[in-house]
Design a protein around this ligand. Structure first.
Ligand SMILES: CSC[C@@H](O)[C@@H](O)C(=O)COP(=O)(O)O
Length: 339
């Protein structure tokens, strides 16, 4: 499969991200219910990827609810609402669903054409944002080759192709500028250990895996030249929601004057959210923290706090690189200043 997510013969096809790295399993999804479930259980995950999945889901629904050339718009809109609500934090999901839905009056093929266009755009978008971030890192960091810290998974699996922060890592690595990438495990679901380490190995980019709690220590010991992460929702003041643990990395990076750069598509910027305190943070099931892969790691019944994301205040973010611009003065997001 060229893309980690695509459309094929009336189905959404996607790499099952819960099966990696043990198995490469391709899901064929042909109902909106199964798609919502795949997004909720993180088989399809990563902000850009769930946005694209949402758009493909609307196309799936539009085709399913078209009989003899007549589309049941109310049924498709109800499916769109279900899809948009599958996970609350990433703004890309609602963006993808709404963009595909906007073509509904033109019929199911137009909806699918829009979703397919979004798949194509995704790679161009990611490459542009990643190249911009890589260029910034070249300017900000003097040491070569670079030691880059990243969190969660922002590679091709989290998008349709190329990736955001991990795309920037790939750009720098292709230019021979990367010593190694320090990859956080990303508890509780191990997106860093399972997915980022797998993608970096595939790409032949040297990397080391560390437990999440070792990452701030690595920054404090001078073992990290820059931190590169993705985002799920960026508020208009630059506050950035991303995988739980990002905030702690940003605090450590600021304390030790290490550049902390966010790489994300414009679709992650949310014009309706003024600041990070308005971002809804998804809370996930206790079972994800109480055990892993069927093994209990805490006494049954232990109370759990399991937020999937945290919010890094803009003041801790060195810059946000998108496909269109580099944001360093966060007033630019609310139109008060130019980027
Ligand atoms: C390019 S992916 C950017 C973010 O979506 C990523 O960093 C992240 O936090 C993903 O969380 P997940 O819960 O795995 O979907």
């Amino acid at each position: 499969m060229e893309r980690s997510l695509d459309w094929d013969s009336g189905c959404i096809v996607a790499v099952d991200q819960t099966a990696l790295p043990s198995r490469t399993t391709i899901l064929r999804i042909d109902t909106v219910g199964d798609l919502v479930a795949a997004i909720r259980r993180l088989a399809i995950r990563g902000a850009p990827a769930i946005g694209l999945a949402g758009a493909l889901g609307v196309a799936l629904s539009a085709h399913r609810h078209t009989v003899a050339g007549r589309t049941d718009h109310a049924a498709v809109r109800a499916d769109a609402d279900l899809l948009a609500a599958a996970r609350p934090t990433a703004s890309n999901l609602e963006w993808g669903v709404r963009r595909a839905l906007a073509r509904l009056s033109e019929g199911p093929d137009a909806v699918l054409a829009e979703a397919r266009l979004m798949l194509e755009e995704d790679e161009r978008t990611n490459r542009a944002a990643a190249a911009r971030a890589a260029e910034l890192i070249r300017q900000l960091c003097r040491r070569r080759p670079l030691r880059i810290l990243t969190h969660c998974n922002t590679g091709r699996l989290a998008t349709a192709a190329w990736g955001t922060a991990l795309g920037a890592v790939a750009d720098l690595a292709a230019a021979g500028e990367v010593d190694h990438v320090l990859v956080t495990e990303t508890r509780p679901l191990l997106q860093g250990a399972r997915l980022t380490a797998w993608e970096l190995a595939e790409a032949g980019i040297p990397h080391r895996l560390c437990v999440d709690s070792a990452a701030p220590a690595a920054i404090s010991r001078g073992l990290v030249d820059c931190v590169l992460v993705g985002a799920d929702r960026i508020a208009m003041n630059g506050d950035t929601a991303n995988k739980i643990g990002t905030y702690g990395l940003a605090v450590a990076a600021a304390r030790h004057r290490v550049p902390f750069v966010v790489v994300a598509p414009e679709s992650t910027l949310d014009p309706s959210t003024a600041s990070g305190d308005q971002i809804v943070i998804e809370e996930r099931l206790a079972a994800e923290v109480l055990g892993y892969a069927g093994l209990r790691t805490a006494p049954a019944g232990t109370a759990v706090y399991n937020p999937a994301f945290d919010v890094t205040p803009a003041e801790l973010v060195t810059a946000i690189a998108t496909e269109r611009r580099l944001l360093r003065d966060f007033g630019a997001l609310s139109g008060k200043a130019t980027a």
